[in-house]
Design a protein around this ligand. Structure first.
Ligand code: GLN
Length: 444
């Protein structure tokens, strides 16, 4: 049924780069056989899932929506997809994204534009736009995305679904194609908070293959799903509701905050003065790490190779032809910021400001259980509307501080403006996913 619906909607939405029909049917039949044999199946068994195409899947093309990975078929499986396959999930396909997850609209894909299911002339957000659109249109029950600076939460907000970026280190990054390694985290999309909690349970937990993976006990997230937040302290990040936030978005989020208060939460206003430097900090750190991570695409190890007479021209031609304009821009910004003479002025300075942003959060969490803000300054915009890269970067104003501090953040639908969904962002202290889920569940 899901494959039929997926195929039927795909000409309009273009959420998928690869549809894995054969694999899906094989996985579904395996679960069916287990049921027929009277074997016990887990809570995720038989559930159709879509996977962002920057997660390596053995034997299935993994493109990162880039021409440079043309023809690359990973010889290994990412930890998250391996865990979900072992749990009996059914993979329906690999979803579209901004090239190497750099972008906020999925328009930077080298292959196709994905439409927002609520209004086909608008973008689904990004970079995990294909995953968000697939879940919103019910082409899959749940999906995986990655979030370096908002790429799960922002498309979740634009597509009216729930998306969670876990605490840095909670979910293994093994097999996730690296963008900015100190910020990247994999996380779930679902139509409900419960679905997101179930999928998080399936992917969280230590992995020796990822040196940044945390060795911590994983709670039972379903226990957090209680519709009760009486007495819980909810901080409103004042700095994210002022300038830079659209009036209609602010109104929708203020109504959501009032609802939390009616549910018994205590509302406090919180100042995070360093957040104003979040975007500037991110756009030094993320491109710097990206420029190092993307050095591996040299025409030798992976995918595309542009033939030339000798080695160095071959590198240059391959990278010139294989990378799109946004990826090239990031590589140039990153190599510039890391070069000698500029390192102290840009990269080192950005790392210091990153610490200040973390301290703003730590101070806030001495007073409150969770923080809330809008997920994005505006609802989904029209395709082609934001050509200027700076206006695109502004989409991440509210999500980026959370990545810089490594904290868990969730986006939850909280109303509509002109028929377009608005997202409420709920942020927790490190490893407080349960609290974030509890507030989201109570609100929902
Ligand atoms: N939009 C941000 C960027 O372009 C965030 C991307 C992400 O989270 N992968 O870098």
């Amino acid at each position: 049924e899901y494959l039929d619906r997926l195929t039927q909607l795909e000409p309009q939405l273009k959420s998928f780069i690869t549809v894995t029909e054969e694999l899906a049917l094989q996985q579904a039949r395996a679960v069916d056989a287990q049921i027929q044999a009277g074997e016990e199946i887990g809570p995720l068994a038989g559930i159709p899932i879509a996977i962002k195409d920057n997660l390596c899947t053995r034997g299935i093309p993994t493109t990162c929506a880039s021409k440079i990975l043309q023809g690359f078929i990973p010889p290994y499986e990412s930890t998250v997809t391996a865990r979900l396959a072992a749990a009996g999930m059914v993979t329906v396909g690999k979803t579209n994204l901004d090239e190497f997850a750099m972008g906020s609209s999925t328009e930077n894909s080298a292959f196709q534009l994905t439409a927002n299911p609520w209004d086909l002339t608008r973008v689904p957000g990004g970079s995990s736009g294909g995953s968000a659109a697939a879940v919103a249109a019910d082409q899959a029950v749940v999906a995986l995305g990655s979030d370096t600076g908002g790429s799960i939460r922002q498309p979740a907000a634009f597509c009216g679904v729930v998306g969670l970026k876990p605490t840095y280190g909670l979910v293994s990054r093994y097999g996730l194609v690296a963008f900015a390694s100190s910020l990247d985290q994999i996380g779930p999309f679902g139509r409900t908070v419960e679905d997101v909690a179930l999928l998080l349970q399936g992917i969280a937990g230590h992995d020796p293959m990822d040196s940044t993976s945390l060795k911590v006990p994983i709670p039972d997230y379903s226990q957090a799903l209680i519709p009760e937040i009486k007495g819980l302290k909810v901080g409103v990040i004042r700095d994210l509701l002022g300038q830079g936030c659209g009036d209609e978005t602010r109104a929708a989020v203020q109504a959501a905050i009032q609802h939390l208060q009616e549910l018994g939460a205590e509302i406090l206003e919180i100042d995070c003065p360093s957040f104003q430097y979040g975007l500037a900090t991110y756009y030094i750190i993320a491109p710097s790490e990206a420029s190092a991570n993307l050095a591996r695409y040299d025409g030798v190890k992976y995918g595309l190779r542009a033939p030339a007479d000798s080695l160095v021209p071959m590198y240059a031609k391959t990278r010139e032809q294989g990378f799109g304009p946004e990826v090239k821009r990031r590589i140039m910004i990153g190599t510039y910021a890391l070069s000698s003479g500029y390192y102290d002025a840009y990269y080192l300075k950005a790392q210091k400001v990153r610490t200040l942003i973390k301290q703003d959060f730590l101070k806030a969490f001495q007073k409150v259980d969770v923080l809330v803000s809008p997920t994005t300054p505006t609802p989904a915009f029209k395709a082609g509307e934001r050509e200027d890269p700076l206006s695109m970067y502004l989409c991440d104003l509210m999500t980026i501080p959370v990545n810089l501090a490594g904290l868990p953040g969730l986006s939850l639908p909280c109303g509509f403006v002109d028929g377009l969904p608005i997202g409420l962002q709920i942020v927790g202290n490190a490893l407080q996913e349960s609290k974030v889920l509890q507030v989201a569940y109570a609100y929902e």
